[in-house]
Design a binder for this molecule. Structure first.
Ligand code: PLP
Length: 396
């Protein structure tokens, strides 16, 4: 017997598992080099050398009792201070350890933020397309997701429509910048407009509305694109960060949440979020990984690797006649399906051993997502297959 609430989750899990197994079956049958698997957002660039060195040094140098023991549920003070200083250097903020809560990656940071602020039945507005796990996170606290539209040419938020969705049930707005699945980066102008709307609505409704900025892809921004640091534009902001992508450490489960002094009842929110971290079952972020971050706050993965993939895939697909916008960040491309039913298009692609995720998995039918965190050779070798696929739809 399982909980009623989780039955739909398991139905969805079977679909994801089926896709994963399909990839494994094709690889076993044809050899990995002949399968063009763009389905998973698992970084394939190794973690920077500093991370390995930090791990070795920490084991040698740190007191094992303190290193492996229970700690303040917010995380090690010195690590939080190092992160705060790094943010201050980069974004001109004035954070201290009191503003940084260490979490078990962004997934946990989002859950902690939502657990801290949501009452049952309250609404969280999210711009579609989006990372569909958000639905489960909101549901964990009996909240309700309200989908807001984006412009289909740019995938920028439709702010006029958004404003109309804010009601006396709205508790939070969740944005993801740079964006999974579109690769779009919301620039300063958009963040400013969004913040103005929220400020106005807070006053009008006499109600606190939080902005949660999910930023695991912050460091993956190409051509010098700037990702605005949202606490500078809106006071009631949680910034949720993770090292899963920026340092290629998704299995290590390490990230943090920023809770700025400017937030209403900031100290109470911070203490509540710290307790929420504890009772969510995570208790605290893994200590060894926290210490690694403390020594590697300014390290970064090789961005050129993803950038080369981005250009090769984008240009290759455009030459085939496919329609998509050039991603500015993250490592995803969101391609317009040449037919309305994009699952049909995904199935047709499998004929050429191309694996992609239907847009329905991101609340956006009619598109497919390609994760280009694969080898450069996979991209180059996939292009003839894409050409054949395009020809089937009369594109190339
Ligand atoms: N948010 C978005 C938009 C993601 O794409 C992901 C992972 O792919 C996460 C959050 C979760 O990241 P983490 O591994 O840090 O929990």
């Amino acid at each position: 017997m399982i909980a009623e609430k989780l039955k739909p989750l398991m139905a969805n899990n079977s679909a994801v598992r089926a896709m994963f197994e399909e990839g494994n079956r094709l690889r076993a049958e044809l050899g990995a080099e002949n399968v063009f698997d763009f389905s998973l957002g698992n970084p394939n660039v190794p973690a920077p050398d500093e991370v390995k060195q930090a791990l070795l040094d920490i084991i040698q140098e740190e007191d094992p009792v303190a290193l492996h023991g229970y700690m303040n549920n917010a995380g090690f003070e010195d690590v939080r201070e190092s992160i705060a200083k790094s943010l201050n250097r980069r974004f001109g903020t004035a954070f201290g350890s009191r503003n940084i809560l260490m979490t078990v990656g962004a997934a946990s940071g989002l859950n902690v933020s939502l657990k801290t602020i949501l009452n049952p039945g309250e609404e969280v507005i999210i711009f579609a397309p989006y990372f569909l796990e958000y639905n489960w996170y909101v549901d964990n606290y009996d909240g309700k997701v309200v989908q807001a539209p984006t412009d289909r040419e740019t995938f920028y938020p439709d702010l006029e429509a958004f404003e109309k969705l804010i009601t006396d049930r709205t508790r939070a707005v969740l944005i993801n910048n740079p964006n999974n699945p579109t690769g779009v980066i919301y620039r300063e102008e958009t963040i400013k407009q969004l913040a103005e709307i929220l400020d106005r609505k807070q006053k009008e409704l006499n109600r606190t509305i939080f902005l949660i900025a999910d930023e695991p892809y912050r460091e993956l921004a190409y051509d010098g694109a700037q990702v605005p640091f949202v606490t500078k534009y809106y006071d009631n902001t949680f910034v949720v960060y993770s090292y899963s992508k920026s340092l290629s450490l998704p299995g290590e489960r390490i990230g943090y949440v920023v809770i700025p002094d400017e937030m209403e009842e900031s100290e109470l929110v911070f203490d509540t979020a710290t307790a929420a971290n504890r009772i969510s079952g995570a208790v605290n972020a893994p200590s060894l990984q926290q210490k690694v971050i403390g020594r590697c706050v300014d390290a970064a993965v090789n961005l050129e690797y993803y950038d080369r993939n981005r250009t090769a895939l984008y240009e290759g697909l455009r030459e085939c006649g496919f329609d998509c916008i050039k991603p500015e960040g993250a490592f995803y491309m969101f391609l317009k399906s040449p037919v309305e039913n994009e699952s049909e298009f995904c199935n047709a692609a499998k004929k050429y051993n191309i694996l992609m995720v239907p847009g329905t998995s991101f609340a956006c039918p009619g598109y497919v997502r390609l994760a280009y965190c694969v080898s450069y050779e996979t991209i180059v070798n996939s292009l003839p297959a894409f050409r054949k696929l395009a020809a089937d739809y009369g594109l190339a």
